[in-house]
Design a protein around this ligand. Structure first.
Ligand code: ASP
Ligand code: MG
Length: 444
């Protein structure tokens, strides 16, 4: 069984959905399809949830009406047959009635999650109905029946697999299954999400759960690029990446993948292909256990990073000191991304500043604290990178821009730089010049 995940733009219009049908039917074998909401819909649902929270009834009604028009429009473009069209429209109306009723309840995080995940329910129903209409038999599965995930960071894919396998076995049509990305049930068996962009994560959790032969993630970009195409010219898709390389890149900002996407399949040896729905013949990126070649592969950047410096001339290097510092972050459930130390100071970075005030108060007992906001981590990735001679050119960047921190040697395949976000684009461009264009010249 293969998993094929289609993102918002891939299912964002009737034309894209017809494209997706071609992709599905051109591939032999059993498949489980994971779909997102139509592009733009989840953003509107976020606004809907906010309107409910703020009791803006008119706004609530207007957004639901708009969602109905959008989805009815899609149905009309996809399904000509009048009675089939009616049937799908009433299915969507019924779902929107439930949404409307929900919106009269008191807002809490669970209502928020129910609202936000509606886009996936609507689209998957239309998509499944359209395929059936086109004589592509399929079974629509409700992800809430098996995406029981109490631990978001470390999902129990074995348990999900047990639930899903039972459901699949009992299904009549068992070569094409369709389900919703993004949604999950939490430890209280209540509807929750995998966070924004989480459908990729759904795909790899399900891939690990049923030991899929491969996972394909279909988006509107031809694979993971060697640098950020929004800021750097002449980037290209990287054909092959190891799981570790891809995990570093996804975590440190490569927008194409949700940061946790890779973790469920590491160690399970299930290849993940990143493909473009609009140019399906383009090679894209294959992420697998083998690192095809050593050396530099790609650069990505993650914004909204906050650096915290703790300066203390008394006890910094004393035994047990770092533990105490880390315990503060642990207490406030805040992950640390980068760390550097010197004899009298330690600097570290976080991307979640929700509890920053508490963290600073607790840290003040250990030394003088200073905070730098609006920084970016530039992450340079490639298997065996730090053994490469050419990599040293990276440090030439220090002549041109102030670098706040460098992390070198944490793993063989990653070097990270922390810079003020004002310098990000310059750093990305210069690194591209120094590392990739140099590589090109060397290999000619
Ligand atoms: N529809 C959700 C979002 O926009 C999940 C996803 O697309 O992956 O965040
Ligand atoms: Mg996405």
């Amino acid at each position: 069984m293969k998993i094929l995940k289609f993102g918002g733009t891939s299912v964002g219009s009737a034309a894209s959905i017809r494209n997706v049908k071609k992709i599905i039917t051109s591939q032999p074998g059993a498949k489980l399809l994971v779909v997102s909401a139509m592009s733009g819909v989840t953003n509107r649902l976020v606004e809907l949830s906010r309107a409910v929270k703020n009791d803006q009834k008119e706004n609530v009604a207007a957004i639901i009406q708009e969602l109905q028009v959008k989805h009815f429009g899609l149905i009309d473009e996809l399904i000509d047959d009048a009675s089939a069209n009616d049937e799908v429209r009433s299915g969507i109306s019924a779902q929107l009635e439930i949404l409307k009723a929900d919106c009269n309840e008191i807002w809490d995080q669970y209502l928020d999650a129910r609202i936000l995940t509606t886009g996936e329910s609507l689209l998957s129903f239309i998509f499944s109905s359209y395929l059936k209409e086109q004589n592509v038999g399929n079974t629509l599965l409700d992800a809430r029946d098996f995406m029981h995930i109490s631990n978001l960071e470390n999902p129990d894919t074995g348990y999900v697999g047990e639930l899903l396998n039972d459901i699949m076995k009992a299904s009549e049509v068992n070569d094409i299954f369709i389900t919703q990305g993004f949604v999950r049930l939490d430890e209280n068996l209540k509807v929750s999400t995998l966070k924004r962009g989480g459908s990729d994560y759904t795909a790899t959790i399900l891939g690990a759960a049923i030991r899929a032969s491969e996972i394909q993630i279909w988006t509107d970009i031809s694979g993971l690029h060697n640098n950020d195409p929004r800021f750097v010219e002449n980037t290209h898709a990287v054909a092959q990446l190891s799981f570790e390389e891809a995990a570093e890149l996804a975590y440190f900002g490569a927008k194409i993948l949700h940061p946790q996407t890779i973790s469920p399949v590491i160690g399970k040896n299930i290849p993940v292909y990143l493909k473009n729905t609009f140019t399906p013949d383009a090679q894209g990126t294959c992420i697998s256990a083998l690192a095809e070649r050593k050396g530099l592969k790609a650069i990505s950047a993650k914004d909204d990073i906050t650096a915290i410096k703790i300066k203390s001339n008394r006890m910094l290097m004393a035994h047990g000191f770092l533990k105490k510092i880390f315990e503060v972050f642990d207490k406030y459930e805040t992950a640390i991304d980068m760390i550097t130390t010197s004899e009298i100071a330690i600097s570290l970075t976080i991307d979640n500043i929700r509890n920053l005030d508490h963290i600073v108060t607790d840290l003040e007992q250990y030394g003088e604290i200073s905070i730098d906001y609006s920084h970016s981590i530039i992450c340079v990735v490639g298997e065996g990178l730090i053994e490469e001679k050419n990599t040293s050119r990276l440090f030439e960047i220090l002549q041109d821009v102030p670098v706040r921190m460098i992390s070198y040697g944490g793993s063989n395949n990653n070097i990270s730089l922390l810079v003020d976000t004002r310098h990000k684009v310059e750093v990305l461009q210069k690194l591209n010049e120094k590392l990739f264009q140099r590589n090109l010249v060397n290999s000619l």
